[in-house]
Design a protein around this ligand. Structure first.
Ligand code: SF4
Length: 445
């Protein structure tokens, strides 16, 4: 269990030297207890006290890393129950299965399908980040062979799924250089699976039907020398899974209960692709660090990855695009020039409507700290000065021969002052960007 602020204080030097940046040792102890300070910030702490304090300084949920190179993934290290309290840190890893019953062309095609599950949404690349090789055959040689084939054909992080230690040992032996997640150890295989994980430097999933059994299992695995553990609940319906995942999160974060202070993995295989995506979305919202699906249909995966993208953005920092001039099509010196804000959703809505107009254009994106047009205008982040400054900074004069700027209809009120500040003629565009195609085709001409 974590130490309280007063318990930590008793272990500190109590000299109030301020080297940690805090006015007193007590203030530092309180910050450390709330995980807002790091033990290394106190250079005076004794070696003896360090060990006792390490438990208090450790994050309540351990970070677990698997995969290699650019496709290494991280899960865990979350600090809050609810996104609005701070933010969620490690986006859920979405994985898709490859069965070891597949051979030849079927295997090749399945791996290609999994590799292709990459998308772009509002300028951000999102996609499946792991492939789960499943020992459906029950045969160690098939498992090892398919794992090796997947390693050669996919750069995604790998999860090896088998309850059988001999099959796991054979497969890990073929792919240990890509650091797969081993899934899973159960109560009766904990020692053997932990040995494989330890010898090959891989993280290990622990699987049980209840939180009590999982707690015992993680302690058993730690006693074997493996600390990078992922928790897996087996044999439960969706409702029970969500309930227990929430309890695990609360126990690890609120009570600093170390046996459950690990990220989680959930498997979804029932139902069609849409049902799997719906279940996986619920599991992502309620704290699954990894979701593994059998479904590989893009129409099911894209919304699921969008859920991950939305939940794991910082709620205090809107998704933004870079403030600059974006050419749409191949605009020439007579092309229309308009501006919008750098709130990602606003920009991409405008961009797609301009594209739909088929009128090659320039869009000047003004930095409004990621707020939409009306919000930015109300907060004085969008005014004649910010727009004129952006025009100068991005040298719009050098792009077009005319001196006409189309502004969003919602900020028509700034047109007079903007004309004075920029010396350009201001044309008031439509309020809704959906009207831009008609405006560009009829009014701009
Ligand atoms: Fe106390 Fe250590 Fe901070 Fe000095 S650096 S005030 S000893 S906690």
């Amino acid at each position: 269990m974590a130490l309280t602020g007063l318990e930590i204080f008793k272990l500190l030097p109590k000299t109030n030297c301020k080297k940690c940046g805090m006015p007193t040792c007590l203030a530092f102890a309180m910050q450390l207890a709330q995980k807002r300070a790091k033990l290394e910030d106190c250079p005076e702490v004794s070696e003896e006290a360090k060990q006792a304090l390490a438990a208090a300084a450790a994050p309540p949920m351990r970070k677990v890393v698997f995969g290699s190179g650019d496709n290494q993934v991280e899960i865990g290290q979350e600090t809050v129950m609810f996104r609005h309290e701070e933010k969620f840190y490690s986006p859920t890893v979405v994985a898709v299965t490859v069965s070891d019953k597949l051979t030849g062309e079927d295997l090749k095609k399945r791996i290609e399908v999994v590799n292709s599950l990459q998308f772009e949404r509002v300028g951000t690349k999102i996609g499946v980040s792991a492939v789960a090789v499943v020992n459906d055959s029950g045969d160690a040689n098939s498992f090892a062979s398919v794992a090796e084939t997947v390693k050669a054909a996919s750069s995604l992080a790998m999860i090896l799924v088998s309850d059988e230690p001999s099959a796991m040992e054979a497969a890990v032996g073929k792919v240990k250089d890509v650091v797969p997640l081993i899934a899973s150890a159960k109560a009766d295989t904990a020692a053997e699976m932990a040995k494989i994980a330890k010898e090959n430097g891989c993280p290990l999933a622990a699987k049980a039907e209840s939180l009590e059994a999982l707690s015992d299992l993680t302690e058993k695995i730690k006693a074997e020398g493996v600390e990078d553990i992922v928790l897996s609940l087996e044999g439960l319906g969706l409702r029970e899974q969500l309930y227990n995942l929430s309890r695990m999160r609360a126990l690890s974060l609120k009570k600093a209960f170390r046996p459950l202070g690990h990220p989680t993995i959930s498997f979804v295989s029932d139902g069609d692709a849409n049902q799997q995506a719906a279940m996986a979305a619920a599991l992502i919202c309620k704290y699954s660090g990894i979701v593994v699906l059998d479904a590989a249909e893009p129409y099911a995966l894209l919304p699921l990855l969008t859920v991950v993208m939305n939940i794991f953005t910082d709620p205090q920092k809107p998704v933004q695009v870079e403030p600059k001039v974006y050419p749409i099509g191949e605009p020439g010196e007579n092309a229309p020039l308009m501006f919008t804000t750098n709130f990602s959703l606003t920009y991409y809505t405008v961009e797609s409507d301009v594209e739909a107009s088929r009128v090659p254009s320039y869009i000047l994106v003004v930095d409004t700290e990621g707020t939409s047009v009306l919000t930015a205008y109300s907060g004085d982040k969008l005014n004649e000065k910010t727009v004129a400054d952006a025009m100068a900074k991005h040298n719009v004069e050098g792009l077009v021969k005319h001196r006409k700027l189309i502004i969003p209809g919602y900020v028509a009120v700034m047109s007079g002052k903007l004309e004075e500040a920029s010396k350009w003629e201001v044309m008031v565009g439509p309020r809704e960007s959906s009207m831009l195609p008609k405006y560009l085709q009829e009014v701009w001409k």
